[in-house]
Design a protein around this ligand. Structure first.
Ligand SMILES: *[C@@H]1O[C@H](CO)[C@@H](O)[C@H](O)[C@H]1NC(C)=O
Ligand SMILES: *[C@@H]1O[C@H](CO)[C@@H](O)[C@H](O)[C@H]1NC(C)=O
Ligand SMILES: *[C@@H]1O[C@H](CO)[C@@H](O)[C@H](O)[C@H]1NC(C)=O
Ligand SMILES: *[C@@H]1O[C@H](CO)[C@@H](O)[C@H](O)[C@H]1NC(C)=O
Ligand SMILES: *[C@@H]1O[C@H](CO)[C@@H](O)[C@H](O)[C@H]1NC(C)=O
Ligand SMILES: *[C@@H]1O[C@H](CO)[C@@H](O)[C@H](O)[C@H]1NC(C)=O
Length: 500
């Protein structure tokens, strides 16, 4: 499991040469001014730290920021992107001597045409600079004005940088959705199941409510609108050992996209994203190596042992919306009305649950662990009368219990291995949750009892504060689940520079 020593990690550089692609990894703090410039190459400014399994520290530690200068030096006069009237043309005054024999100097104008891509990248250069500047202010409170919400307090790794980044996203982020592919497996997804975040997010992007553009030339990212849940439903033969039909459909789809549009080949997928809450999401993407290795994969199954890479992939919360809505799920009684120390109810799925049930089922009145709840006991009531809610991984790392706990104002206790929790790029999970390593399952009671009442009250307040970022509104609102997912995608895109 990860430990939270954000301040201590040292930065490393990773150089990954691919065919026609140069991916340069450096720290998020952009402290290493190493760039790689080549025609038809991807310059990727990734974030790296030496703690495997750790979420990236995009908005936490920011130090000397010299990369940007370096970028500017390599991309001279690359900035007047805000000036829409120029439509990609930048005029440079220049003096030239035209006819050799004649010393009279003629003043002329050279017209340099910038591609749409260069304009897009120039916008990102500016956004990066603004965020880096905001990050230097180490205040825990954002200094930006905002009519809706001002991020503040220790739940954020850097409230000011987050707020700046969020506002930059609102200014410049644009998503293009490929029209190719047909329902039910494309442009569609489940909205009332354990996988509902997959469907809800696909639907909202399809509806155009989240920074969607019709012009692929001005997009910063390209959405591949397939649903793994729907593909499994329609293509997988129950009982079969393999699911090549699902993987091969994806291969065909990416072939169509790469043949019909220039964008996939240009970046080898680095500015493309897919999303899935299905357990098989990661494996399905492995059928297309560039999708697996380069693209932004938004996955519930954020298991680092299955190739989840927090530098480029996004952890999607699993939220079980039985009715498709969150009505009635939000809120809970005050700490004094929560007599139970810790609670879990769930089936014996996977080895972590096995250990938990074996250790605690019917053993202790303070740690109430069930594989099925006794008759007449309501699951929701248990969430609302417990101080800590245990969220062990099941067959895969993510658990809908994490968000259920947050909704009902119970402190989530994450018991997992190799799981990167959602929004780890922005939120400091140790401030409002407890992480218990699998080997410490026997010590759960001791660990929770050692948390003082005042520390518990602080965590309870913070869980309430963090709720807004997990709320699935009927239609998206600023800073909610939808926008936070898009913000996570935006952060990954900020770390890649694409060139023609
Ligand atoms: C630039 O790309 C070409 C292929 O497109 C490659 O042969 C060459 O080695 C690359 N140069 C550098 C410096 O990466
Ligand atoms: C130099 O070129 C200018 C403009 O073409 C012309 O007016 C001028 O007479 C030329 N001078 C000489 C010395 O050739
Ligand atoms: C914190 O923010 C205030 C403005 O709200 C500013 O005056 C102060 O310099 C900041 N402190 C640091 C360390 O950046
Ligand atoms: C992209 O590359 C693939 C194979 O590498 C090729 O078949 C396809 O035609 C290319 N697409 C475009 C738009 O050039
Ligand atoms: C991703 O890249 C690594 C290193 O190049 C490679 O070994 C691996 O097979 C790739 N993954 C997939 C799914 O192709
Ligand atoms: C995470 O992935 C590894 C490798 O596939 C697997 O062994 C492990 O069981 C996964 N974790 C969970 C909780 O599924």
């Amino acid at each position: 499991m990860w430990s939270f020593h954000w301040g201590r990690f040292t930065k490393i550089l990773v150089l990954l040469p691919l065919i026609l692609v140069s991916v340069v990894a450096c720290t998020l703090s952009f402290s290493s001014p190493l760039t790689w410039r080549n025609k038809s190459s991807v310059l990727s400014l990734l974030i790296s730290d030496d703690h495997r399994n750790q979420p990236l520290n995009l908005l936490g530690e920011v130090e000397e920021l010299s990369l940007h200068k370096h970028l500017e030096a390599q991309n001279p006069v690359y900035s007047p992107s805000d000036d829409q009237n120029r439509k990609g043309e930048i005029l440079q005054d220049s003096t030239l001597s035209l006819n050799g024999g004649n010393d009279s100097i003629i003043k002329t104008k050279i017209i340099r045409r910038y591609s749409k891509l260069e304009m897009v990248e120039a916008r990102l250069v500016k956004a990066r600079e603004a965020i880096k500047q905001a990050a230097r202010n180490r205040n825990l409170t954002s200094i930006h004005e905002d009519p809706d919400y001002v991020p503040q307090g220790p739940i954020y790794r850097n409230a000011n940088a987050f707020h700046r980044s969020y506002m930059e996203m609102e200014k410049v982020f644009k998503i293009y959705v490929y029209k190719d592919g047909e329902r039910p497996m494309f442009h569609n997804g489940p909205c009332k199941s354990i996988y509902s975040t997959e469907g809800r997010l696909i639907h909202e992007i399809e509806k155009g409510s989240l920074f969607v553009t019709e012009d692929p030339e001005e997009a910063l990212v390209y959405f591949l609108p397939f649903s793994v849940v729907m593909m499994v439903q329609y293509l997988y033969v129950p009982g079969a050992k393999e699911y090549h039909a699902v993987g091969n459909t994806l291969v065909d789809y990416i072939n169509i996209i790469s043949q019909n549009y220039p964008f996939w080949n240009r970046s080898l997928g680095a500015d493309h994203f897919m999303l899935s809450c299905h357990d098989w999401g990661p494996h399905t993407t492995s059928y297309v190596p560039n999708l697996f290795n380069n693209s932004i994969r938004v996955l519930c199954n954020a298991n680092t042992s299955e190739g989840f890479n927090p530098k480029k992939d996004v952890s999607l919360p699993e939220i079980h919306l039985r009715s498709g809505e969150i009505t009635g799920l939000l809120g809970g009684p005050s700490p004094s009305k929560r007599p139970i120390l810790a609670f879990f109810a769930g089936r014996l799925h996977g080895h972590i649950r096995y250990l938990l049930l074996e250790q605690w089922k019917d053993k202790d009145h303070d740690v109430q662990v069930y594989d099925s709840l006794p008759k007449g006991v309501s699951y929701e009531t248990m969430l609302r009368t417990s101080r800590f809610c245990l969220c062990p991984s099941g067959y895969e790392v993510a658990s809908p219990r994490v968000v259920e706990a947050i909704y009902s104002e119970c402190i989530p206790v994450l018991i997992s291995d190799g799981y990167i929790p959602p929004l780890s790029d922005v939120l400091d999970w140790k401030k409002f949750s407890v992480q218990v390593e699998v080997k410490d399952i026997a010590n759960i009671k001791k660990i929770l009892m050692s948390i003082s009442q005042s520390q518990y009250l602080r965590m309870h307040r913070r869980v309430k504060q963090v709720q807004r970022h997990f709320v699935v509104n009927p239609s998206p609102k600023r800073f909610d689940f939808f926008h936070m997912m898009v913000h996570s995608i935006w952060l990954r895109r900020l770390n890649v520079q694409i060139q023609d």
